[in-house]
Ligand binder design. Structure first.
Ligand SMILES: *Cc1c(COP(=O)(O)O)cnc(C)c1O
Length: 415
């Protein structure tokens, strides 16, 4: 009997082995047959402090014994209040309101609905959404609509709504001019991944460009949505990528590392003006019409509260700085190889292309996956783009093993 499980982003027809994991600790995953695999991608960018951080695991266990779930429409609980207050404290003062949901995609859907609600309730309906070329914001219909079109969503293309696409800043002036023209024409919002376009292939751009884009939006009253679902929680070297550009968004989406990567939770933070546009003493039709069954689930919120406590009380920034330095050093050792293109590092992220171009369906993809699997490394290249984004608790020896596997991959496939 084969397994009935249908896996995400997996071509079952290739018949590749699907390792079964029994437990995890720090940067190490242990399979049911006792193999120890090093997690080089933080289990798809979520695990920040390492797997099964004792404080997060304890918080989950304790909360599970107290209050498992409660409707959040018209009700509240302490873990949600604590998380919201702390998020407002650590983000820019302009962000005063916190809306909970349960994944990065829903955080983005919520952001888009907030933006449209804001314009409608101001009596000036606007619907056009501006996006950056090569972006990724999730896999639901709305989130796909504001993301790059390609092989991953071509089947659904007829259902995706129209957006204004701003060119990725290779030619910065062209990017800013297009954004300016689109804003002038009257858009509702511009959604952007700050500093790093993650699923688009770990493409970086300058903090100055992010700041300039934010300024253009502000000048035209176009809402600026920062999708920090991947970049948040220290990935780019600072707790939030926007901090490096001095950018304060109108709406901020967070998920992935919000619970340290232990359980699903997301938030969409908004300015007081956006909240107030939905506020009325008499008109119930202005309330924000969005919910999911598990909005602000108490167990997930307890995990997020523990994550926030870790950020307050443990030397997280020092761990990130040390990891960033080691990543840069490892990258430097391969940067001069012939087959290595566009080596780049930002914070805890290091990436490069193996061979020319950037192609998600490159034949190299499955061969690289097998190469790393054989070496008990969880490295998951996007086509021929290889990146390393480990948990901050990874040891220098574990990190060296990952880069050793990469070195061998370059020797094996890079010609
Ligand atoms: C992963 C990701 C999302 C989607 O988050 P899910 O939790 O997978 O729905 C949205 N935006 C960005 C930038 C992401 O990296």
């Amino acid at each position: 009997m084969t397994s009935p499980v249908w896996h995400p982003f997996t071509q079952h027809g290739l018949g590749e082995p699907i390792p079964k994991v029994a437990s995890a600790s720090g940067a190490v995953l242990t399979t049911v047959d006792g193999r120890e695999v090093i997690d080089a991608i933080s289990s798809w960018w979520v695990t920040t402090h390492g797997h099964n951080h004792p404080r997060i695991s304890a918080a989950i266990a304790e909360q599970a014994g107290k209050l498992d779930q409660i409707i959040f429409a018209g009700w509240t609980h302490e873990p949600a209040e604590e998380v919201a207050a702390e998020l407002v404290r650590i983000t820019p003062p302009k962000l005063t309101r916190v809306f909970f949901s349960d994944s990065g995609s829903t955080a983005v859907e919520v952001a888009l609905k907030m933006a449209l609600g804001y314009w409608l309730h101001r009596g000036e309906p606007r619907h056009r959404i501006l996006v950056l070329e090569h972006s990724y914001h999730g896999d639901t219909i709305g989130a796909m609509s504001v993301g790059a079109r390609g092989v991953y969503n071509q089947a659904y293309a007829p259902l995706l709504f129209d957006v204004g696409t701003i060119p990725y800043p290779t030619d910065i002036q062209a990017t800013l001019d297009t954004l300016e023209a689109e804003c002038r024409a009257g858009a509702a919002a511009f959604i952007v991944e700050p500093l790093v376009l993650g699923a688009g292939g770990m493409l970086f751009y300058a903090a100055e460009t992010l700041a300039a884009m934010r300024e253009i939006c502000a000048a035209h009253g176009v809402l600026f949505i920062a999708d920090e679902v991947m970049t948040g929680w220290g990935r780019t070297g600072t707790i939030f990528a926007c901090d490096q550009a001095g950018v304060v968004p109108d709406i901020l989406c967070l998920s992935k590392g919000l619970t340290g990567g232990a359980v699903p939770l997301a938030v969409t933070l908004a300015t007081e003006a956006i909240f107030q546009a939905h506020w009325s003493e008499t008109d119930r039709s202005k309330q924000f019409f969005h919910s999911s069954s598990y909005t602000a689930n108490p167990i997930a919120c307890a995990a997020a509260a523990a994550n926030l406590a870790i950020w307050r009380e443990e030397p997280v920034q020092a761990r990130i700085d040390a990891l960033a330095e080691r990543q840069r050093a490892h990258l430097a050792t391969i940067a001069g190889r012939d087959a290595v293109r566009n080596p780049r590092a930002l914070g805890t992220i290091a990436a490069f292309e193996l061979g020319a171009g950037q192609d998600y369906l490159s034949d190299l993809g499955p061969r690289l996956l097998a190469h790393f699997r054989e070496r008990d490394l969880l490295v998951r290249p996007m086509g021929n783009s290889i990146y390393v984004m480990p948990p901050y608790s990874i040891t220098p020896e574990q990190l060296a093993r990952i880069w050793g596997g990469i070195d061998e991959a370059i020797a094996r496939f890079g010609s």
